[in-house]
Design a binder for this molecule. Structure first.
Ligand code: DX5
Ligand code: ZN
Length: 227
């Protein structure tokens, strides 16, 4: 069980060694989610994996899988990821034709629904959907690759999101994705994040489980800094 507010760590297997995917998944079984990055080569300049590999990943972990769809046509493909076992399903606000309809259908399937925004997308674009979300994903790099540098403007995005949530009296999980490590986890949590994605910070570390714990410890220090 989680405390009312705790830090959750979501290792991104985009940075894992695909030749040893089963062992890589087991190496982070102390995390809270597995982050699964879907890239279509259109919305983002990279191609990763789709629903087929998601089924394989689901067989390799007991953790809930947090699916981040970076695709141009989420309204057309999101059901494929529900069918394949996504536990949390995230689509990008920039791509959604009917955001509320997708969220509704995700909930009818008893999964959690989330919306992501790119670094250049206004937090205000979430105003009409925020009441219905289990989680908001704030991108802290331009999506497409792991190992990129954290964009400092993200703190302004997190501050605006905290204000939006407060004005709506809602408390969705706030996931931060891109360039996160134990070095900045405290600061992003202090600014409102509570689900931390770690790609290279986890899978490039010599001890993956330790990297997860280090991120969580740093994040918990950030919780203490909140007013
Ligand atoms: C970026 C992906 C991220 C990425 C994170 O487009 O959405 O989830 O895998 O990798 P790091 O933590 O290395 O920036
Ligand atoms: Zn991601």
């Amino acid at each position: 069980m989680y405390r009312r507010e705790d830090i959750r760590i979501s290792p991104s297997i985009l940075a894992a060694d695909f030749l040893n995917l089963g062992a890589e998944l087991k190496s982070v079984d102390n995390a809270d989610f597995i982050h699964y990055d879907v890239m279509d080569g259109d919305f983002v300049p990279n191609i990763s994996f789709g629903p087929g590999i998601l089924r394989t990943v689901k067989r390799g972990t007991d953790l809930p899988v947090d699916v981040h769809m970076m695709v141009s046509n989420p309204d057309e493909v999101f059901r494929d990821y529900l069918d394949a076992g996504a536990d949390v399903l995230t689509f990008h606000m920039e791509t959604a034709k009917h955001a509320h309809r997708m969220v509704d259908e995700i909930h009818k399937r008893r999964r959690r629904a989330a919306v992501a925004i790119n670094p250049g997308t206004s937090v205000a674009s979430l105003d009409a959907i925020i009441d219905y979300l289990d989680m908001v994903l704030v991108m802290s790099v331009n999506p497409g690759f792991s190992g990129q540098k954290f964009i400092e403007h993200t703190y302004a995005q997190l501050n605006k999101l905290a204000a939006l949530c407060q004005s709506h009296s809602v408390r969705p999980m706030i996931e931060i994705d891109g360039g996160i490590s134990a070095a900045n986890a405290e600061q992003v949590v202090a600014a409102g994040a509570n689900v931390l994605v770690g790609g290279s910070a986890v899978f490039d570390a010599p001890d993956h489980a330790q990297a997860v714990e280090d991120m969580r410890d740093a994040g918990r220090r950030g919780l203490l800094r909140r007013a």
